[in-house]
Design a protein around this ligand. Sequence first.
Ligand code: ATP
Length: 247
Amino acid sequence: MTQQENTPLLDVRSVTMAFGGIVAVRDLSFTVTKGEILALMGPNGAGKTTTFNLIAGALLPTSGQIFFDGRDITQTKPDARCKAGIARTFQITQPFDELTVVENVMVATMPYHSSMSQMRKDARRYVQMVGLAERADVMAKGLSTGQRKRLELARAMATRPKLLLMDEVTGGVDQKSIPGLLDLVKSLRDEGQTLIIIEHNMRVINELSDRAIFMNRGARMVEGTPHEVAGHPQVVDLYLGEGGGHA
Ligand SMILES: Nc1ncnc2c1ncn2[C@@H]1O[C@H](COP(=O)(O)OP(=O)(O)OP(=O)(O)O)[C@@H](O)[C@H]1O
C-alpha cells in the first residue's frame, strides 16, 4: 500500500466538545477509511449528533483535531468542509418546502454547472437515482416522511461528497419504505461511497455497516463489527436497560 492509500479519509483525534458543564463528546478518536461504512450507535444523549456536528463543522471542538483527506479541518467553516467533500443528512429533514423536488436538488448541483438547464438535468439524475422521478415536480412540502428522506439523500449525493454523514435514514419512516431506503444506501456502498451512519435499528446496522462504534456519555465504549458490538455485554445491558426497543 502506498502512503496515500494508508491515510484515512477521516481522522478524528482526541476530540472533546463541552457545552458549559456538559461534556457531549469526550476524548473521542476514530478513523474512517475510503469506501468504509461506519455506524455510530448509542443511547439518547450519547453524543452521536454532536460528533456529526463536529465533523461537518457546525461545532468547533473544545479540544482535539479532525483531519479529512489528509488536511487539518479542525477550524474549517462548514461550507468549506462541504466543498472539501463532506455532506450530511439530518434526523429531521430540512428541504425547502416551497421548492419542487428537482429544484431542491438543483441547489446542491449549483457549484458544478454554469447553466440552469445543466443544473436541472443533473438534479433529475439524482432524483431518479433515489426513486423520486414521479414526484420530481411536486413541492417538497407534499412529500411523505420516507420521500423527504430520499430527497435529502439526493441533495446530499448531488454535492458529490467523499464522505456522507447520514443521521437515522430509517428513523420516522413507515415500515414499508425501509427496504427501499436500505437498497438505496447499499447501492451507494457498492459504488464505493464512504459513509458514517447514526442508527438505532440493529437490522439496518447489520445490513449496512462494516464497523460500529458504540458511544455512551460522549465516549467510545465498544468498537468492532456490528455483530461484536451488538453482542457486547455492556451494550446488551444498556439496550435492555432502555427497554430493548431499538434492537
Ligand atoms: N448545543 C447544545 N448545548 C448544550 N448541550 C447540548 C447541545 N447539544 C447537545 N447537547 C448535549 O450533549 C449531549 C449529547 O447530545 P447528542 O445530541 O449529541 O446525543 P445523541 O447521541 O445524538 O442523542 P439522540 O440519539 O437523542 O439524538 C446531550 O446531553 C445533549 O443534551
